[in-house]
Write a protein that binds this ligand. Structure first.
Ligand SMILES: Nc1ncnc2c1ncn2[C@@H]1O[C@H](COP(=O)(O)OP(=O)(O)O)[C@@H](O)[C@H]1O
Ligand SMILES: [Mg+2]
Length: 494
């Protein structure tokens, strides 16, 4: 067995009023891909800042490449081969790719004049290490998130790097970009570089890591071989709660459909989609990214109006040509990207909740009834258990799961009949995910009609009464969720 590259032992760290780490021990070997997991606030970033010398621990010790440290300084960390890629990548947007890559080494050599030719050579070599193709003269600010990340990785490899730490590197990436990042991580592993990968996403931990460590409230709860981990243990370690996934049982399905779609379609996106949705029902729509599922979701809310077929609501033919007409027919929509479409992050939690019912809360001439406003906010914070000390705090102070509850509250305040949810738990903590599922099931049993668009198969299987599988713009199967399983859905999807 190879020697440890790093061992951090018995680490304690407190901030004013918070014990961020309590007796945490962490080990990693050369060439190992190790996931550090834990819910928001569990201490992951604090631990990596201690390993990389940004914070000194209150007590504990570290050993890196055979050398002992009570605390390591940032310079010592870099010299001994530790590189951290932070969530913001610490790149300079106003400088070119070449400058971002080469300035450090130019500065480190204390050269008086910048040698552009040398810089170009250094930069070219740096990106070649990960086969990254990019215009060296482009401004980094003009690159995509994934490209900025590649720059940060290339830069990290310019040193004698033994350990690369990535703090939640997939947060802002598309699925394809995540795949690309994982390929690079595997190549780094082949070269003997250890990767400490911080994540709270179950599928990523299973896909990429050899070993895992899970923190909860600053304590080490489990660590070991990823092969010995399963989804149930993972949720338990992360949250300390046992979840018995409760399959949705529709208790209250209306006899008449609330929504009927007949042969609806949008040229080039999807065709010939017909289904009935009843109150009390949850329909799942799944399929690959290019299956037309997202366009279908958007058409139900009028963001992408249909160009063939028709809608009926309560048996009457209607046109849904924009979100206003959808809302007028009591249809609500939770977007996939709640951060840019669903919420005003800088505004208070309270304002985000009541924004859609402003009309109802306004007494006259635009004056808001403050008592009604306060009551309404208190009602939703309680109803959806939104974890906040004060609803006047900005929305961005909340975790993903709580932000998603706000988007829900915003719509529910309108007394809808139909709610379309696109990826309702993407990027949400496991605990919140279970809570949101429970809320959705209860809403259906209270008489709301729901449509969940999701590629998370356990999510649609557990929470829906029926599942429509889409492929190449068509519904290829309409399944009774109680009789379906993942294999069956996959075989229709592919
Ligand atoms: N610089 C700091 N000052 C005060 N409290 C902090 C600081 N950094 C982190 N914390 C607190 O320590 C705990 C762990 O935070 P963090 O390590 O960032 O968690 P994670 O990365 O797992 O989300 C949280 O309660 C957080 O609020
Ligand atoms: Mg963090």
């Amino acid at each position: 067995m190879a020697e440890n590259l790093l061992k951090a032992e018995g680490i304690y760290k407190s901030f004013v009023g918070v014990q961020a780490l309590k007796n945490v021990t962490f080990e990693i070997k050369p060439g190992e891909i190790h996931c550090l997991a834990g819910e928001n606030g569990s201490g992951k970033s604090t631990l990596i800042k201690i390993i990389s010398g940004v914070y000194a621990p209150d007590s504990g010790s570290m050993e890196f490449a055979g050398k002992k440290y009570e605390k390591i300084t940032p310079i010592e960390a870099i010299k001994s081969g530790i590189q951290v890629i932070y969530q913001d990548f610490s790149v300079f947007p106003n400088l070119t790719v070449m400058e971002n890559l080469a300035f450090n080494s130019e500065l480190a050599d204390r050269r008086k004049f910048v040698n552009w030719k040398r810089m170009r050579k250094i930069a070219t070599e740096a990106i070649a290490k990960i086969d990254f193709k990019v215009d060296l003269d482009a401004l980094v600010g003009s690159l995509t998130v994934a490209e900025k990340q590649m720059i940060a990785i290339s830069r990290a490899l310019m040193f004698n790097t033994k350990l690369i730490i990535m703090d939640e590197p997939t947060t802002a990436l598309t699925k394809k970009e995540v795949g690309n990042l994982f390929n690079i991580i595997l190549k780094l592993k082949e070269r003997g570089i250890a990767i400490l990968f911080v994540s709270h996403k179950l599928n990523e931990v299973f896909e990429i890591s050899d070993f895992f460590t899970i923190l909860r409230s600053g304590e080490l709860v489990a660590s070991g071989n990823t092969a010995d981990l399963d989804a149930k243990k993972f949720s338990y370690f992360m949250t300390g709660r046992e979840f018995t996934a409760k399959r949705f049982e529709a208790k209250n399905i209306s006899s008449e459909p609330i929504l009927e779609t007949k042969n609806i379609g949008i040229e080039g996106s999807f065709q010939d989609v017909s289904f009935d949705l009843h109150k009390g029902e949850i329909i799942g729509i799944t399929g690959l990214l290019d299956s037309g599922r997202t366009e279908l979701a958007l058409s139900l809310f009028g963001i992408l109006p249909i160009d063939t077929g028709s809608f009926k609501i309560n048996g009457k033919q209607v046109k849904i040509t924009n979100p206003q007409t959808a809302v007028a027919h009591k249809i609500g929509y939770l977007p996939e990207d709640r951060l840019s479409e669903g919420l005003f992050l800088n505004q208070s939690i309270a304002d985000n909740i009541i924004i859609s019912e402003i009309d109802r809360l306004t007494v006259f001439a635009g004056v808001l009834d403050t008592k009604k406003r306060t009551d309404e906010i208190a009602r939703w914070v309680k109803e959806l258990s939104i974890a906040t000390p004060n609803p006047e705090n900005a929305c961005q102070t909340l975790s993903g799961g709580n932000q998603q509850r706000i988007v829900l509250a915003k719509w529910l305040a309108l007394n809808l009949d139909i709610l379309v949810l696109n990826g309702p738990t993407v990027g949400v903590d496991i605990g919140s995910k279970h809570d949101i599922h429970e809320i959705l099931q209860n809403l259906a049993n209270e008489g709301l009609a729901l449509i969940i668009i999701s590629d998370d198969l356990p999510e649609v299987l557990e929470n829906c009464s029926r599942i429509l599988v889409m492929k190449a713009g068509r519904v290829v199967s309409d399944l009774d969720a109680a009789k379906a399983d993942e294999q069956m859905i996959l075989s229709y999807m592919m």
